[in-house]
Structure formats: structure tokens, C-alpha cells
Design a binder for this molecule. Structure first.
Ligand SMILES: [Zn+2]
Length: 151
């Protein structure tokens, strides 16, 4: 396995806020997908942003969502080779869309009347996506650096 050691948050919540189950899933899965992208594309992984999120519906049920930034090339889906390396799980919904991955998810969450609880992205978040995510008063977990390779 490669060595993504963690992730950093930007904006939003105060640092003292406890890490929820939702955040732990998002962190783990974002690292897993970033590792899959890295093993396939190396440093070029940053050409392909994938976002992982948890949203809550009006009944309080959680929904796990994954989206990719390359809707125009892949019909809104994750790249097949990345799907192979980090396969979607049975309880995850792939969100189609043609915007940045983060905004695909925010649009989907809004159109369902849900609330975004946590989101992770395999690379730094652009200003427009930060604003969209900020509507839910959360910060994105992002994977910014390449993994440290064991020697
Ligand atoms: Zn963006």
C-alpha cells in the first residue's frame, strides 16, 4: 500500500469539533480512492478529482455519495480503471454530473432536499466548490500531497 498519511481540512468547522462516524468514513474512503488514483496515474492523479460524501435525508437516514469531476469524458461516472481499483460499495451511490465532483454532489444533495454532512476530495478544493460546500457549514477533507514511498 502507498503511504497517504492523512488529509487536511480547510475552512468551516472549528478544530475542536469531534470527529464523527460520518467524517471517519469520508476520510478513509477519500484516502482509498486517492491511493487508487495514485497507483494508476502517479502525480497525474490530480487531473481527476473524485469526491466522497455523506448526506442526510429528512428522515435522518444517511446516504453515501461518490462523484467524479470528469462527467464530459466518462458520462458522469468514475473512470473504469479507478472503479476497478477502489470499487463502489453496495451502499454507495455514484452521482452523475458535469461540474466539479464537489458541486455534482452539492447539486444532487440540494435537489433531494438533503443536508450535506461531510465531504472529502482527492485534491484541493477550488474556490467555487468551497463556497458551495460552505453552505452546509462544513469543511472538506482534502488529499493534497503525494504519498511517501517506502524504501
Ligand atoms: Zn471545484
Amino acid at each position: 500500500m502507498s503511504g497517504f498519511s492523512g488529509a487536511s481540512g480547510t475552512g468551516g468547522k472549528p478544530k475542536s469539533e469531534k470527529v464523527t462516524f460520518t467524517d471517519r468514513y469520508v476520510l478513509k474512503r477519500t484516502i482509498e480512492i486517492a491511493e487508487a488514483l495514485h497507483s494508476r496515474y502517479g502525480v497525474d492523479r490530480k487531473h481527476y478529482a473524485i469526491a466522497v460524501a455523506v448526506a442526510e435525508d429528512k428522515n435522518g437516514s444517511s446516504h453515501k455519495l461518490i462523484s467524479s469531476s470528469e462527467g464530459a469524458q466518462t458520462g458522469g461516472k468514475m473512470r473504469p480503471d479507478v472503479q476497478h481499483l477502489a470499487p463502489p460499495q453496495a451502499d454507495e451511490t455514484i452521482v452523475d454530473g458535469f461540474q466539479h465532483a464537489e458541486r455534482n454532489i452539492v447539486s444532487f444533495v440540494m435537489s433531494n432536499g438533503w443536508t450535506l454532512k461531510s465531504i472529502g476530495v482527492t485534491m484541493p478544493v477550488c474556490a467555487e466548490c468551497q463556497i458551495a460546500i460552505g453552505l452546509y457549514e462544513i469543511r472538506a477533507v482534502t488529499i493534497e500531497r503525494e504519498p511517501i514511498q517506502a524504501k
